[in-house]
Write a protein that binds this ligand. Structure first.
Ligand SMILES: [Zn+2]
Length: 213
């Protein structure tokens, strides 16, 4: 997978967007991908990627206080050097997860920063306790990697989330996190095609999967 970090502002500023503005977050998926500019994340070759195909991806989003379904096309490139294909994913999408980045962060924010109970979360977002706990654990794990265990312990989940939401721009954080771990923030499964190149820090949720990124 090739990540494109396109959120050039604080992510907090887009957490409560209306549909009109939230749609713009997905505009990049519809634009030409200029495949030859991409370095292959598997073998590292430059100038060897070409546009291969695309597939339809659906994510569950949360916009204007409503759960909504978002459908878009993901472009895939192929490296002529090693033969691997790679999906191009932009910031609003968490690989292998059917919920958008904004959706997951809204749920975490509602609980940790606004004090929503798990039953209120279920009522508004349709997210059960088991899913919430899984997301909270991934968030805690990734914050430990990012902030370091001591500082994270000082901040707590709410403090860590507030620090993250105020990162400006979010894209810089996303790039740094990916370089360090070879995972996107809140991604639970590693991408098999990226495994050969990367030497990520050990993460509690780092394992390979063959699901659709
Ligand atoms: Zn390659």
């Amino acid at each position: 997978m090739i990540r494109k970090n396109t959120i050039k502002c604080k992510i907090f500023s887009i957490l409560f967007l209306s549909m009109k503005y939230a749609d713009r977050l997905y505009d990049e998926f519809g634009k030409p991908c200029h495949a030859w500019k991409e370095a292959c994340p598997h073998c590292g070759a430059s100038g060897k990627c070409s546009e291969h195909d695309s597939y339809c991806r659906t994510v569950i989003d949360f916009v204007s206080d409503e759960v909504c379904l978002r459908r878009f096309w993901v472009r895939r490139v192929k490296c002529s050097s090693c033969g691997h294909t790679h999906a191009i994913l932009f910031d609003p999408v968490i690989p292998y997860l059917r919920y958008s980045l904004i959706f997951v962060l809204r749920v975490l924010y509602a609980h940790f920063c606004q004090g929503w109970s798990l039953s209120s979360i279920y009522g508004t977002f349709g997210i059960g306790a088991r899913t919430f706990c899984r997301w909270a654990k991934i968030f805690e794990c990734h914050c430990s990697e990012w902030l370091g265990r001591l500082r994270k312990a000082d901040c707590g989940a709410a403090g860590s989330l507030e620090v993250l939401l105020e990162k400006d721009p979010y894209a810089d954080f996303a790039v740094a996190f990916f370089r360090r771990t070879n995972l996107s923030f809140l991604q639970s499964h590693a991408n098999p095609a990226n495994c050969r190149q990367a030497h990520p820090a050990p993460l509690c949720f780092s394992r390979c999967s063959h699901n659709t990124p």
